[in-house]
Design a binder for this molecule. Structure first.
Ligand code: ZN
Length: 77
């Protein structure tokens, strides 16, 4: 029987391996990678208007001021 010459054609996909890591990541290497994953405590700055602690670059939730101006009205209960 005369088979056609497939030597120039790529191998069919079902015979290929999926992309896999070449070697196992050791537990030490994995844990070292995760050493920086813990969330840090957010730092606060003091509001220049009311002195309350607030997040930097945010309107003060206590008095509604930002950069010396009242941006939002704060409802008091
Ligand atoms: Zn404030």
């Amino acid at each position: 029987v005369n088979f056609p010459d497939y030597s120039g054609y790529p191998v069919f996909q079902e015979f290929d391996m999926p992309p896999l890591p070449k070697r196992k990541v050791s537990s030490a290497r994995r844990d070292k990678r995760r050493a920086h994953d813990a969330l840090k405590v957010t730092h606060f700055v003091q509001c220049s208007n009311c002195g309350e602690m607030r997040l930097p670059h945010r309107v003060c939730p206590n008095c509604g001021h930002y950069q010396g101006k009242e941006i939002i009205e704060v409802k008091e209960d």
